[in-house]
Structure formats: C-alpha cells, structure tokens
Design a protein around this ligand. Structure first.
Ligand code: ADP
Ligand code: ADP
Length: 209
C-alpha cells in the first residue's frame, strides 16, 4: 500500500500514521522527521535546513525531492509506505509520480481553529519524535516522555509566529495538491476532527474502497 497523507500542519497525520504503519506493516516516512533528525545529528543537510524549519518555510524542492528519492529506494519501502508531509508542492508531486505509483492520497480535513489548537498544545520527545498533546493526549507524567523518561519540548515551529507562516505556506503551496490528486482519481477525504480512534477507523474505510 503506497499512501500519501495530505493536510495542514497539526491535522493529526503523524499521529494516525504511527497507528497505520503497524496495522499495514509499512514504514512511516515523514519528511519533517527526516529533516529534524538531520538537524539533531548536525549533518550538512541539517545545517542547510535548520533556519528554514524554524521559520516554517519550505525547504527547496530539489533538496527535499533528493532526500525522499533516496529514502524510497531503501528496502523497507519497496512494498509500500506512508509518506507524511511530502509532497508539499506541485513540483514535488510531479517528481513523486516519476519515482513510484501511489495507491491513495488521504486528505485530512480539519478547520483552521482546531489546527491551531492542536499545534499550540503539541509536545514532542526530541530523541524519539513521539508526539503528545497537553490536553488531548497528555503523557502519564506532565512534561515527561512515557517511555524514555526524557523531558518533552515544544517544537520551535509550533510557536505562534511560525505557526501563522506555516498555515499560509500550506494554503499557498500545498492546498493546490488537493485538486491535483482529486483530478487524478487518487484523493480520499478523511474528517480529521474526531478522536484518533475515529480518524483511524475512517482511514481504514477510505483506503479499502
Ligand atoms: P507538521 O507535522 O507540523 O505538518 P512537518 O514535520 O511535516 O510539520 O514539517 C516541518 C517542517 O519541515 C516544515 O515546516 C518545512 O520547513 C519542512 N518540510 C517538511 N516536509 C517538507 C516538504 N515536503 N517540502 C519542503 N519542506 C518540508
Ligand atoms: P501533523 O503530523 O498533521 O502535523 P500531529 O499528528 O503531530 O499532526 O498532531 C498534532 C497535535 O494534535 C499533536 O499534539 C497530537 O497529539 C494532537 N492530535 C492528533 N490527532 C488528534 C485527534 N484526533 N484529536 C485530538 N488531538 C489530536
């Protein structure tokens, strides 16, 4: 199963992907996670993209496309994958079409107010990338990762300034992909406003059809 998860930042794509990857035995490939991992390890790529991520702008297409192309060539992605956060531009979508054939593109539909609420309460474990929400999915002990015991942090780009910019970038560059994939018969809409369990049930229905 080759899937793309599309939708605004904070819609719950990563949360649902971490359930779906187990259910469908396919890797969850998040371009945001790949960039953050490079930043943490201070690689050349990480140094190149650090300020871009902090501002909530898009990393240039050629850099992002090359990274995804390499990742999709790894053995675990041969039979299927969930691409989360890629493509984000028409040029990326065209490049992806040259790399592989998708089964479905899942569009996570959520109003802007809820998106902002989800983003502003998001907390993550820096080393594992595990995601929590201070109200909707709190850790067992406040501010501490359930499994590693490490402190949770707020992503730099989940602060107000950057969130506003990311939502504008989404509208301008990424939202046009909804029509792009709808016109190719690949798009399925999922109402992302319910609980993670409800959203996951909808996802299963949407991709089995
Ligand atoms: P969110 O989970 O909030 O949707 P991501 O983790 O997907 O955010 O992405 C974080 C940041 O990484 C983006 O704001 C952008 O700077 C960069 N990024 C991730 N994916 C892409 C992409 N496909 N093209 C360009 N930049 C990207
Ligand atoms: P995305 O990957 O689309 O940026 P995330 O999966 O990181 O989104 O979710 C954003 C925030 O919203 C996180 O804090 C997460 O815990 C929370 N969240 C995700 N799905 C739901 C949901 N269905 N209901 C309430 N909160 C959610």
């Amino acid at each position: 199963m080759k899937l793309v998860f599309l939708g605004p930042p904070g819609a719950g794509k990563g949360t649902i992907a971490s359930q779906a990857k187990t259910a469908y035995s396919i890797p969850h490939i998040s371009t945001g996670d790949l960039f953050r991992d490079n930043i943490r390890r201070e690689t050349e790529l990480g140094q190149k993209v650090k300020a871009i991520l902090a501002a909530g702008d898009l990393v240039p297409d050629e850099v992002t496309i090359a990274m995804v192309d390499n990742r999709l060539k790894e053995a675990d992605a041969a039979a299927g994958f969930i691409l989360d956060g890629f493509p984000r531009t028409i040029a990326q979508a065209d490049a992806l079409a040259r790399m592989t054939e998708l089964d479905k593109v899942v569009n996570f539909v959520l109003d802007k107010e809820t998106v902002v609420r989800r983003l502003s309460g998001r907390r993550v474990c820096k080393s594992t990338g595990r995601t929590y929400h201070i109200l909707y999915n709190p850790p067992k002990v406040e501010g501490i990762d359930d499994e590693t015991g490490e402190p949770l942090i707020q992503r730099d780009d989940d602060r107000e300034e950057s969130v506003r910019n990311r939502l504008e970038v989404y509208e301008a560059s990424t939202a046009p992909l909804i029509d792009y994939y709808r016109s190719r018969g690949l798009l399925v809409d999922v109402d992302a406003s319910g609980s993670p369990e409800e959203v996951f049930e909808q996802l299963k229905k949407a991709i089995s059809g």
